[in-house]
Design a protein around this ligand. Structure first.
Ligand code: HEC
Length: 336
């Protein structure tokens, strides 16, 4: 990585700001976010942009963010390289949860393991939880276990076999670290674990993940809440953009109707679109946590012929539809 350019960012107020960038000042070109941070009235923050060495020109703007609702993380349940199930919401007593989305390259986790362990161990046991999420198939479990052999139990590598959890959490970069506040299940930081920048003859290492965890544990607003990573592609499998009538309703009919119809055992019935849309957040959480449909099984070993387990593709299609805001679309619908 080449030399970075240092910017002095003056902030007139205590509100959040976003630093954005553009290669050319052209109308219509999108401003890309580089960093989101909390300002201080009358203060300034210096920022070194590490991604400009190979650019001929680059423009910046600093914009105050007036209101930005926190992004909520839904519950999920995934199985680790040692075959243990881990549920996110189980960790509600913790003070911060760090998630590392590695994509398909476990090497990303190996490179960040020391820093993740260091952050967790800087606090009393149980205060900071560290979880790695990998995009991998159940058959790759032994291979992953071998690659991360030295990892402590407190740094499990979870297998996101449907890719649905990574897809819903990621902003499109890998590897990406997230800090989740278990009090609100909201994302407090997203960005790199660490960042090394050359400035003249010196090399600076920034530790924005560690800083965000420290802010959260000190009950301060997180100072830098987002840092953008170099352009990488997110390696999740593409998901079919599902239509309510032709894709979503059939999944619900096949997998949920046995119980979620009037007079059946589930406490609410999927009678029409508006009910399903209203329950969307709960559906997302229940499906990603493996609670619904209620057949707990490790996909590596279990093949129950009658079980109504959702396939990875069905989970992805359903969650993606919920993340897009449950569009109703057209078409003839079999559920209202
Ligand atoms: C075998 C029967 C059965 C099937 C199949 C089933 N459910 Fe359920 N569901 C229940 C029961 C019973 C409850 C209430 C008890 C509970 O929350 O565990 C429930 C509760 C729920 C809730 C509320 C959870 C909460 O936290 O309040 C959601 C959401 C849900 N189901 C979604 C689904 C979806 C989506 C499917 C299909 C993919 C599905 N269920 C399939 C029986 C079922």
């Amino acid at each position: 990585m080449g030399d970075g350019v240092e910017l002095q960012l003056k902030t007139p107020s205590d509100s959040p700001y976003v630093l954005e960038t553009q290669a050319q000042l052209m109308s219509g070109e999108l401003w890309k976010p580089l960093m989101e941070f909390r300002g201080s009235a009358g203060g300034a923050r210096s920022f070194v942009d590490p991604y400009c060495a190979d650019k001929e020109s680059k423009f910046y703007r600093l914009r105050q963010i007036l209101s930005k609702p926190p992004v909520e993380v839904s519950n999920f349940r995934l199985i680790s390289q040692t075959g243990q199930a881990h549920e996110l919401y189980y960790h509600w007593p913790a003070k911060a949860i760090v998630l590392l989305l590695t994509g398909k390259e476990i090497q990303n986790a190996v490179e960040s393991a020391a820093e993740l362990n260091r952050i967790r161990e800087s606090y009393p046991s149980g205060d900071v939880i560290t979880l790695v999420l990998s995009l991998s198939s159940p058959g790759e479990r032994e291979e992953i276990a071998a690659l991360v052999e030295g990892f402590p139990l407190e740094l499990p590598v979870l297998q996101d076999t449907s890719h649905a959890v990574t897809r819903t959490l990621s902003s499109g970069f890998t590897p990406e670290a997230l800090v989740v506040d278990p009090l609100t299940w909201s994302i407090q930081y997203r960005g790199p674990v660490q960042l090394t920048i050359n400035q003249g003859t010196t090399e600076i290492t920034l530790s924005p993940l560690s800083d965000a965890v420290a802010d959260l544990l000190a009950q301060r607003p997180v100072s830098i809440s987002r840092m953008v990573l170099p352009d990488t592609t997110l390696q999740v499998n593409p998901v079919k953009s599902g239509e309510y009538a032709s894709d979503i309703a059939p999944i619900l009919i096949n997998n949920c109707f046995p119980c979620h119809t009037p007079g059946n055992i589930a406490p609410w019935a999927m009678t029409e679109y508006s009910v399903i849309a209203e329950y969307a957040r709960l559906i997302k959480s229940a499906v990603l946590a493996g609670e619904m449909p209620p057949w707990h099984a490790d996909p590596k070993y279990a093949h129950f012929s009658n079980s109504k387990s959702l396939t990875g593709d069905e989970i992805s299609t359903l969650i993606d539809w919920i993340d897009r805001g449950t569009p109703r679309g057209g078409g003839r619908r079999s559920i209202g």
